[in-house]
Design a protein around this ligand. Structure first.
Ligand SMILES: [Zn+2]
Length: 162
């Protein structure tokens, strides 16, 4: 592997597709497409490994922190949803964590054990919160039960302000 392709390998698939557009323009589309494919399958392998580790691990709070970190990547979310050891609820949880991680922070609310960020979930009208209650329960709760106390407080505050 040349130094260049090794370097490109390190890039995430998103960057790789942008590069392939650049590559096409520069006239070496074929080579760049090959590298993009390599990056993509590497991403998939990594997601499979992480997902497998998740399903094997015993339950611990740290396990869910790691889950949140990994859920930042769509490849992981897809892999978890695909795994027969999981269920719909877990798939929904993974999707919510991905939207939480990639959403936009629109406020902060002080709780009993810390200050939490109120997040506008990516691609949804719904709000999320970085507190444990929202992450573990509300993110997969039925409609009408999806707001933690911080979101409720945030919404009430927004109402009085307007
Ligand atoms: Zn909260």
């Amino acid at each position: 592997m040349t130094g260049l392709s090794r370097f490109l390998c390190e890039l995430r698939s998103k960057e790789a597709s942008r590069l392939s557009a650049l590559g096409e323009a520069a006239g070496f589309a074929h080579e760049v497409a090959g590298i993009a494919h390599m990056v993509h399958s590497r991403e998939k392998r990594k997601a499979a490994k992480r997902s497998d580790r998740f399903f094997r691990e015993d339950s611990s709070p740290k396990k869910w922190d790691t889950f949140l970190e990994h859920a930042n990547r769509k490849s992981f979310v897809k892999q978890v949803a695909r795994d027969p050891r999981g269920d719909d609820k877990l798939a929904r949880h993974a999707d919510s964590m991905n939207r939480l991680m990639s959403g936009r922070a629109i406020g902060r609310v002080k709780g009993r054990t810390g200050t939490y960020k109120i997040i506008k979930l990516r691609g949804k009208k719904q709000l999320g919160c970085t507190c444990a209650d929202w992450r573990y329960k509300r993110s997969v709760a039925a409609k009408g039960k999806q707001d933690c106390r911080h979101i409720v407080e945030f919404k009430a505050r927004a109402k009085t302000a307007s």
